[in-house]
Ligand binder design. Sequence first.
Ligand code: IMP
Length: 195
Amino acid sequence: MKELIVSSTNEGKIKEIRAMLKDLGIEVKSLKDVYETVPEIEENGKTFKENALIKAKYVADELNKVVLADDSGLEVDALDKKPGIYSARFLGHDTSYDIKNQYIIDAVKGKDRTARFVCAMALVIPGRDPILIEETFEGEINDCIDGENGFGYDPIFYYPPCKKTSAAMSPEEKNKYSHRGKALRKLYKILKEEL
Ligand code: IMP
């Protein structure tokens, strides 16, 4: 079976990417599947696209294989687009999302609630120019934590057209509207041809 390595250990992301690519009949592998000791890749870019490229290139160069990376995060307008590229590290890497999510709810009380998820994807095929895509999922910060699905900031991300948070959506519904779903649909044809 053909494989695609995703330069991530984030189970939430990998699960979504695997579900969206299931019709390609490929094995979607995380860094935990291909390394005995997962390398620490320093994400020192200033943008989602730069960080996605850093993560994909590092692994593609080491393994000489096709690698996809997703760098994503939540931009809250009332917080000057924070946590942005620091979403995973916001308030500390090991802080629970219940704490991070409640912090954001409290921080936007009485303020503009608009927010978006951003997803940059980098696809590195050895010997070819990297392909970079960026997509957004526009919504608002909910006034409470709500929903059991998804991961990370999904329980506070309210999507007005569906009148619910992305954590209250089914996986299929989230993929239809999400930053990651849109980005991956743009890469789908290339992946189908190249893998
Ligand atoms: P990265 O692994 O450095 O790209 O960090 C991504 C972080 O952004 C995740 O750990 C979450 O905190 C947040 N994030 C990105 N996409 C989503 C999503 O679809 N739902 C919820 N949180 C997300």
